[in-house]
Write a new protein. Structure first.
Lengths: 112, 112
């Protein structure tokens, strides 16, 4: 069964600290993996996308890693800011058809 | 530039009443269009997608239907709402042949 599991479900950190969010998937055959940021009550916005051959991709203070062998990805946020408070969603695309599988998201709260 | 609109932003409806949510895209032509539902604390679930006017694919059996009367208009409907239809509905678009999906602001539906 094609699934995407994210951990932790929620996370609270202090402003300025770093954090790492995890994503494990069983989607096969794999095409690519994308991390989205979703502010409360808004639509998701893409942060990074990685294909099978890419191990890491950065977007400002966001760095995503991918281990296609173990089917794991992580999103590392450096020097967190209050505006980083949001849900972060891991999305995996199968290498066939137009199907995306969404993880349940990690809800991050950055406190001053 | 391209923009995607959804309305209404929030909606409270009684059980058994009809539903019509609208999504429009500006600044592009012949987009792929998608309807997703996001239940509280859960991942996005693809409901429908459309690759052209009048072409609708349904991903899950449900109480909802979708229509695409115009190239950049996507409508989500129901004849009789159920309590389980409550959720956050997101419309998204992508360019033909491209994977990146751009999400609208969403409609929060509460069925009482």
């Amino acid at each position: 069964k094609n699934q995407v599991e994210q951990s932790p479900q929620s996370l609270i950190i202090l402003e300025g600290k770093n954090c790492t969010l995890q994503c494990n998937y069983t989607v096969s055959p794999f095409s690519n993996l994308r991390w989205y940021k979703q502010d409360t009550g808004r639509g998701p916005v893409s942060l990074t996308i990685m294909t099978f051959s890419e191990n890491t991709k950065s977007n400002g203070r966001y760095t995503a890693t991918l281990d296609a062998d173990t089917k794991q990805s992580s999103l590392h946020i450096t020097a967190s800011q209050l505006s980083d408070s949001a849900s972060y969603i891991c999305v995996v695309r199968r290498d066939a058809g137009n199907m995306l599988t969404f993880g349940g998201g990690t809800r991050l709260m950055v406190k001053p | 530039s391209q923009t995607i609109h959804q309305w209404p932003a929030t909606l409270v409806q009684p059980v058994g009443s009809p539903l019509s949510l609208e999504c429009t895209v500006e600044g592009t032509s012949n987009p792929n269009l998608y309807w997703y539902r996001q239940a509280a604390g859960r991942g996005l679930q693809l409901l429908f997608y459309s690759v052209g006017i009048g072409q609708i694919s349904s991903e899950v059996p449900q109480n909802l239907s979708a229509s695409r009367p115009q190239d950049r208009q996507f409508i989500l409907s129901s004849k009789k709402l159920l309590l389980s239809d409550s959720g956050f509905y997101l419309c998204a678009w992508s360019r033909q042949g491209k994977e990146t999906q751009y999400f609208g602001p969403g409609t929060r539906l509460l069925v009482l």
